[in-house]
Ligand binder design. Structure first.
Ligand code: NAP
Length: 376
């Protein structure tokens, strides 16, 4: 209640910033010594994040699945920040092979890496599988970023060691992560990937007792895009938690935090464009953020001196906030990390799409078996 009132009033929290703070206001100082990779910087919150960081002097790497979109983003950045150092590289986060190619190309450039903003995201209205056989929202919003971060960790640790400047990783999640609860995340991902969305109907089980209750009396549910999106955003928070621990173990001078940017109209729900969406956004427009306000928390966590040394935390409206109970679970974070590590392993990738999907399912099953054994 208090949080909602503070949001509506735009009252500043302990950081001195609040829901109405813009990305420009949330950053301070010269960032000329920083090289940043910002995924999803071709539109929306990512584009504003890149603009503000470039304006403060940061070298900005803009990965994009369409080079045309990346070149247009570069042109916009240069128009706004003449002389900005902008590098564009191809990357499709839904493809693990593309992530590997992107990292190889980036490392070949011999650039340092101080900041990684895992911002790109999608809300997939229709069910689809990635080329690696994983549900598309999860593959794009989480799994691609997991692998990207994993492959860039050493470079970030090395840059921090050589420059003495603390590295930062910012995962862009959403408050919608809390809508995923009461289910086993990995098992749900397996069900949604295989489209086995069944619910039992207990009453029928008794009236038609001659049928096998586990096969006959279950209703197949359609793909639920909001639940799939919520799962991917929960994974972003759990990733942050496990990553912060991993960085500490590595003794890397790099922090990892995640953010909820706030609700703003962008191209995220482009699949749902139409009269109803337009009306809802029009009616709610006074409650929503602008894009500069929505990029504020990312920019604050990415570059503000007050966040130095802070790791493993969740931020909203430029202040530390509490994630959902499930998102705060270290056990769930460790389990998701192990699972993600196995599924992104190169040997699994080399098996190709269909076989990778099989390996994925086997991994889910063995992961569930491990869990059952741990509980036993
Ligand atoms: N808007 C909100 O209200 C809201 C609320 C909470 C959290 N968020 C989060 O904020 C982040 C940014 O979203 P946004 O609202 O700014 O949406 P947006 O305007 O649609 O931007 C999404 C960005 O991600 C990129 N992207 C999508 N799929 C990709 C892929 N497979 N490979 C590489 N890049 C890909 C898009 O590139 P293309 O141009 O190629 O499509 C675009 O640059 C997302 O993580 C989202 O979940 C948004």
């Amino acid at each position: 209640m208090l949080t909602s009132l503070r949001y509506l009033a735009g009252t500043a929290g302990p950081s001195g910033f609040g829901s109405r703070t813009t990305a420009e206001e949330a950053t301070a100082g010269d960032l000329g010594h920083i090289t940043a990779i910002i995924t999803g910087a071709t539109s929306g919150i990512g584009a504003e994040t890149a603009r503000v960081l470039a304006k403060r002097g940061a070298r900005v790497v803009v990965p994009a699945r369409s080079l045309k979109a990346a070149e247009e983003a570069r042109a916009r950045l240069l128009a706004d920040c003449p002389g900005a150092d902008v590098v564009v590289l191809p990357l499709d986060l839904s493809s693990l092979a593309s992530v590997r190619r992107f990292v190889a190309r980036f490392l070949e450039l011999g650039l340092p890496l101080n900041l990684l903003v895992n911002n790109a995201g999608k809300y997939a209205d229709r069910f689809a599988l990635s080329e690696d056989g994983v549900e598309m929202t999860f593959a794009t919003n989480y799994l691609g970023h997991f692998l990207l971060t994993r492959l860039l960790l050493e470079k970030m640790a090395e840059t921090a060691r050589e420059t003495g400047v603390q590295g930062r990783i910012v995962n862009v999640s959403s408050t919608i992560h809390s809508w995923f609860s009461g289910d086993d995340a990995v098992a749900y991902l397996d069900r949604v990937t295989r489209r086995k969305m069944y619910v039992p109907i207990p009453s029928l089980r008794f009236t038609l007792a001659y049928c096998d209750p586990f096969t006959c009396f279950r209703l197949k549910l359609p793909y639920d895009p909001t639940r799939a999106y919520a799962l991917s955003k929960l994974a972003n928070v759990l990733h942050t938690r496990a990553l912060a621990e991993k960085l500490e173990e590595m003794k890397a001078n790099v922090t990892a935090n995640c953010v909820h940017p706030g609700i703003v109209r962008t191209r995220l729900i482009r699949d749902r464009d139409g009269l109803i969406t337009n009306t809802v956004f029009f009616l709610a427009s006074k409650l929503l953020k602008t894009i500069p306000q929505a990029a504020a928390t990312t920019c604050y966590v990415a570059a503000h001196p007050a966040v130095a040394g802070v790791s493993g935390k969740y931020f909203a409206d430029c202040n530390e906030a509490a994630p959902s109970r499930l998102a705060a679970s270290s056990e769930e974070a460790a389990r998701l990390w192990t699972f993600s590590d196995a599924i992104t392993a190169e040997k699994v990738q080399k098996m190709g799409g269909v076989h990778a999907a099989t390996a994925f399912r086997l991994q889910v099953q063995s992961s569930n078996a491990d869990r059952a054994m741990a509980i036993a």
